[in-house]
Design a protein around this ligand. Sequence first.
Ligand SMILES: CC(C)(COP(=O)(O)OP(=O)(O)OC[C@H]1O[C@@H](n2cnc3c(N)ncnc32)[C@H](O)[C@@H]1OP(=O)(O)O)[C@@H](O)C(=O)NCCC(=O)NCCS
Length: 216
Amino acid sequence: MIDIFDTERLAQSLGNAVRTPLRFRIISGDFESLPLSNAESAAYEGYTNPRRKQSWLRARCALKELMATIGERTDTSLVPFPDKRYSISHAGEIAVAVARLDDDPQGMGVDLEICRSLKAGSERFFLNTTEREWIHACNEAQRDDERIRLWTVKEAVYKSDCIAQDGVFKNYGMDSPCEHFGNVKLESEQGETRQFRYASTRLTNELWLTVSLLEG
Ligand SMILES: CC(C)(COP(=O)(O)OP(=O)(O)OC[C@H]1O[C@@H](n2cnc3c(N)ncnc32)[C@H](O)[C@@H]1OP(=O)(O)O)[C@@H](O)C(=O)NCCC(=O)NCCS
């Protein structure tokens, strides 16, 4: 488990696992908003639910701060998700923004999920046969936790697929579902294949975080 504010250690640990330099910005709880562009303000005003609005803003501020450290313009409305370099995720009162720092990025994804029990059996919608066999071999307590971890892997991989996102998550198959980092291969129904590298970590006892990179 990594201290969520120790983003350098987080970047080092997950960056090593995906063999690519990464940078993170995490904002948790109350925060001071940065000035928004006109397009960002319009998007912000479009949300009516106050929690959703605040969560959206927290994630944009995390991304703005991250983009500023990389020396880019900080108007997040210009980042067309899915994006080759950047990704964001927000859950509860935490928002994470991540950038891959390599020269020719192909796709970046991150997913943050609060550990909770997904409905038993829900894995049939997002895990393939091999992944399901592995999860069913886990004991019950571990199975609940692994179900949510594997969900973050699938979401992060999907978000990093800048070529054509496949809504059928089973088509993104993990080489070794028991591992917290490794390879994922897309085998789409149209016969396309793509490779991804992912790495997962527990940010706190209650949060799983996974990053995924589309390989060139
Ligand atoms: C879009 C999606 C990836 C968002 O994931 P999430 O876990 O609900 O939310 P997160 O906080 O992790 O990420 C949300 C952010 O990702 C970004 N995002 C939105 N769509 C995206 C996409 N298609 N690709 C990459 N990033 C995306 C946005 O910035 C979004 O933030 P915002 O809602 O404040 O604008 C998800 O809802 C989705 O569509 N999943 C794929 C389809 C699916 O569920 N298939 C079912 C298989 S069983």
